[in-house]
Design a protein around this ligand. Structure first.
Ligand code: NDP
Ligand code: GDR
Length: 327
């Protein structure tokens, strides 16, 4: 019999890749979708006929209890979050409600329904925040630097706590930044690849960014969802860092992305203080030795390949949009 998985955040970047992966593995896939006035399924439209959509919201306990009862999943992947660090300063309470308390609501929904399900929590390298040591491992102390990171830290520890208190199979994946052509447009890599594409097609002549010196350990989202699945296939629940082990500045990402379109980034990129953050995470660099050894996981797409893949995809997307506007 095929396994059943419930993915919260299925309409997001990672949710869409994970749903594809689980379908390939013959899972019966359920996806939690919240009610919105506009349809938000563009990333999963191509697989909508293969998955089961269930309606609920991370802020609404009763909906999660009902959804859990309806799906009776073997595995639950909690990817839902207010995931944009920048917005977490303007919406700190909402971010806490979805990204922190939402995790407890989901764990409670499992408990209340007495399900024997495995649970994956999408923890984040943002929890490391202010640099304590590099590279960052599962043992590095946390020092969150945004309401988002504080909320994720709560989600991380409540997952550990339910594992230890109730013997739940609950894992946290401490994932470093991962990107793709499906990345939300407000995140820096996609903002750059979209900007490059629009400049390439003559639709804009500059790109405004914030801190170009920030360093991130960027990987490909398609590689990272495999690590999520692997964590739930182990004998024992545990927490793992998932990262490439390389760090690059935003400036370097600009260089490669513009170069991919035959453009010189210095002619177009302008620093705009509006995109600076009240508190910055200067440097993230992950050590995923534990995941590599225990899960046999490793990233396949390099930093350069990732930037080029995103630019190529956005150049094609902008071109399609221009053509459809002319029709
Ligand atoms: P996205 O922002 O692309 O997706 C977030 C998902 O959460 C969307 O499906 C969104 O739905 C859903 N969501 C938001 N609020 C609610 C709510 N109240 N109820 C139900 N669903 C909700 O994030 P990613 O795919 O990039 O990331 C997945 C998870 O991994 C997130 O938890 C993120 O914080 C975490 N993470 C991401 C990393 C990365 O580099 N991408 C790194 C480390 C952790 P809708 O479409 O309706 O908005
Ligand atoms: P991050 O991703 O905050 O690391 O969180 P983001 O791409 O937003 O920022 C990365 C770095 O780039 C700098 N930056 C800019 N960022 C944005 N968004 N826009 C700009 O114009 C800009 N200019 C410079 C930022 O200051 C920052 O240093 C992502 C999210 O996916 C989280 O949900 C996840 O937990 C972490 O990655 C790991």
């Amino acid at each position: 019999m095929s396994k059943r998985a419930l993915i919260t955040g299925i309409t997001g970047q990672d949710g869409s890749y994970l749903a594809e992966l689980l379908l390939k593995k013959n899972y019966e896939v359920y996806g939690l979708v919240r009610r919105t006035s506009n349809v938000s399924t563009s990333r999963i439209d191509h697989i909508l006929d293969k998955i089961n959509i269930v309606i609920g919201d991370m802020c609404d306990q009763s909906s999660l209890i009902h959804v859990m009862k309806e799906c009776e999943p073997d595995e639950i992947y909690n990817l839902a979050a207010q995931s944009f660090v920048g917005s977490s300063w303007s919406q700190p309470l909402y971010t806490g409600d979805v990204t922190a308390l939402g995790v407890t609501r989901l764990l409670e929904a499992i408990k209340i329904n007495e399900l024997d399900a495995k649970f994956y929590q999408a923890s984040s390298s943002e929890m490391y925040g202010k640099v304590q040591e590099t590279p960052q491992t599962e043992k590095t102390p946390f020092y969150p630097r945004s309401p988002y990171a504080v909320a994720k830290l709560y989600g991380h520890w409540i997952t550990v706590n339910y594992r230890e208190s109730f013997d739940m199979f609950a894992c946290s994946g401490i994932l470093f930044n991962h990107e793709s052509p499906r990345r939300g447009i407000e995140f820096v890599t996609r903002k750059i690849s979209d900007g490059v594409a629009r400049i390439y097609h003559g639709l804009q002549d500059e790109l405004k960014l914030g801190n170009l010196d920030a360093k991130r350990d960027w990987g490909f989202a398609g590689d990272y969802v495999e690590a999520m699945w692997l964590m739930l296939q182990q004998e024992k629940p545990d927490d793992y860092v998932v990262a490439t082990g390389e760090t690059h500045t935003v400036r370097e990402f600009c260089e490669i992305a513009f170069e991919a379109a035959g453009l010189d980034w210095e002619k177009y990129v302008k620093v705009d203080p509006r995109f600076m953050r009240p508190a910055e995470v200067e440097l993230l660099l992950g050590d995923s030795t534990k995941a590599r050894k225990a899960l046999g996981w490793e990233p396949k797409v390099s930093f350069k390949e990732l930037a080029r893949m995103m630019v190529k995809s956005d150049i094609e997307l902008v071109e399609r949009n221009i053509r459809s506007m002319k029709k």
